[in-house]
Design a protein around this ligand. Structure first.
Ligand SMILES: [Zn+2]
Length: 205
């Protein structure tokens, strides 16, 4: 989906979700991150554009406050993405009950040991100066439930896209249940709690 250029001149809402999950890739367990991003019309909330990205920032993946760091990194990716689309006026949203909203709006400073979180907040503040208008608002949970679940799905897809590897002829993934290396052709369904499908043998069992 691509917004047309006239719609991108008005103020848009930016919604983001950042996730990190422990994934088995080949025989290693790694932390893998992904973000889901969506730009919506600020009047009628219709979706203008959406995308997802891998979160590869090692500082984020090693951060003490991993969930907060992942959410902030997703917001940074979201603002950079909006700027590339020449959006100049943004309302972006944080969970109502999230400490991130307090950090971003300067109500609360992150604790001293959250070095990565503090760095990300600085990066976010710097990006905001490139916009003509940027408001941070609390997310109204009930209105945005559908939006949040589609964002989480986008973030999960970004994670799943990083868990495969290739040989000359085939693509492989590790079954999260039995750790077998299987071709995605032999994997069927996504079970709740997993970001990617389990293998045929596990489904039969
Ligand atoms: Zn299996």
């Amino acid at each position: 989906m691509k917004g047309n250029s006239s719609s991108l001149r008005v103020s848009l809402r930016l919604l983001s979700a950042g996730l990190v999950s422990e994934e088995v890739i080949k025989d290693d367990t790694k932390l893998v991150g992904g973000s889901g991003l969506s730009l919506c019309d600020s009047n009628d909330n219709s979706k203008k554009s959406e995308t997802n990205k891998a979160l590869r920032n090692h500082q984020v993946l090693l951060a003490a406050h991993l969930e907060e760091a992942a959410e902030l990194a997703a917001m940074i990716q979201g603002l950079s993405w909006a700027l590339k689309l020449v959006v100049k006026s943004i309302q972006f949203f944080c969970d109502d009950d999230s400490i991130i909203l307090d950090y971003v709006t300067d109500k609360v400073a992150p604790p001293n040991e959250s070095i990565v979180v503090a760095k990300l907040l600085k990066q976010l503040a710097l990006l905001q100066t490139s916009l003509t208008s940027c408001q941070t608002l609390p997310l109204q949970r009930s209105d945005d439930d559908i939006n949040s679940s589609s964002l989480i799905k986008l973030a999960r897809d970004a994670i799943a896209s990083q868990t495969t590897w290739h040989t000359n002829t085939e693509e492989y993934e590790t079954c999260p249940d039995c750790y077998a290396h299987v071709s995605p052709r032999h994997k069927l369904e996504v079970r709740s709690g997993y970001f990617h499908p389990i293998c045929f043998t596990c489904i039969r069992d």
